[in-house]
Design a binder for this molecule. Structure first.
Ligand code: HEC
Length: 214
């Protein structure tokens, strides 16, 4: 009995050893293949320029080539002048650019309010008087939105100021996409109306509510 047992164990053990040997051979063969694959090293060492490396092939000495004039990256064709610049034929527009899903309504104004509070109120103040926290800490004070001049500028002016910057004010064209810039512009107009409402703006049926106020 003991003898048989030992014999079975010995056979199983030797089978395992053979199997391990085969694996070792396979690994060695694979390693040899990889190491002899000089082509791969060639690809690594091929002639190439690293970022910003100088080169004497091009007249300007730079290996980085400028974009061919007139190239437009996919998705960046900006044909709609009014939507992207706030101007039509170079003149500021005084309306939301038609199309582009920009419909004046509660949703647009709410979006504008949210974006204004995030991006503009820190300087302009939540009501647009130019008394935001950054100004209280010493930054140049922007003009109040509630002046006759700014009440009478075309809507496109607000869009243009955000898109291109204005004096000490930085541009917001990278942080705020065009649709949101229009939402903010519409909201700035709403802010202006809110601080300069006349009795005529209140529906006749509701005027008595105002007259009842002290
Ligand atoms: C870092 C502070 C700061 C932030 C944030 C800021 N502004 Fe201004 N803004 C200014 C200053 C300062 C001026 C006045 C610039 C000047 O006259 O040099 C100004 C001017 C303006 C004007 C008036 C331009 C004119 O015709 O006089 C408008 C409109 C305006 N900002 C809109 C916005 C909107 C909308 C946002 C948010 C997207 C915004 N600003 C964010 C600082 C800021």
């Amino acid at each position: 009995m003991t003898f048989l047992n030992n014999n079975t164990e010995t056979r199983a053990w030797s089978r395992r050893r053979t199997c391990a040997m085969w694996w070792r051979c396979a690994w060695l063969a694979a390693a040899a293949l990889i190491l002899s694959g000089c082509d791969m090293l060639d690809m690594y060492d091929q002639p190439k320029y690293r970022t910003f490396e100088a080169c004497d092939f091009f007249a300007d000495g730079s290996s980085a080539r400028p974009v061919v004039p007139g190239s437009i990256a996919r998705g960046q064709l900006r044909e709609d002048e009014a939507f992207f610049t706030g101007r039509r034929d170079g003149q500021l527009i005084d309306e939301l650019p038609p199309g582009n899903d920009l419909e004046l309504g509660e949703a647009l104004l709410e979006r504008g309010q949210q974006r204004f509070d995030i991006f503009c109120s820190n300087c302009h103040g939540q009501a647009g008087y130019g008394d935001g926290m950054i100004v209280q800490r010493g930054f140049r004070r922007p003009p109040s939105f509630h002046t006759d001049r700014l009440r009478n500028v075309p809507l496109g002016h607000f869009f243009d100021v955000m898109t291109s910057g204005f004096g000490a004010m930085p541009t917001y064209n990278l942080q705020v996409d065009p649709r949101d810039r229009w939402a903010i512009a519409a909201y700035v107009r709403a802010l202006q109306l809110s601080q300069n409402a006349r009795l005529d703006d209140v529906p006749v049926d509701d005027r008595h509510l105002l007259e009842e106020q002290p």
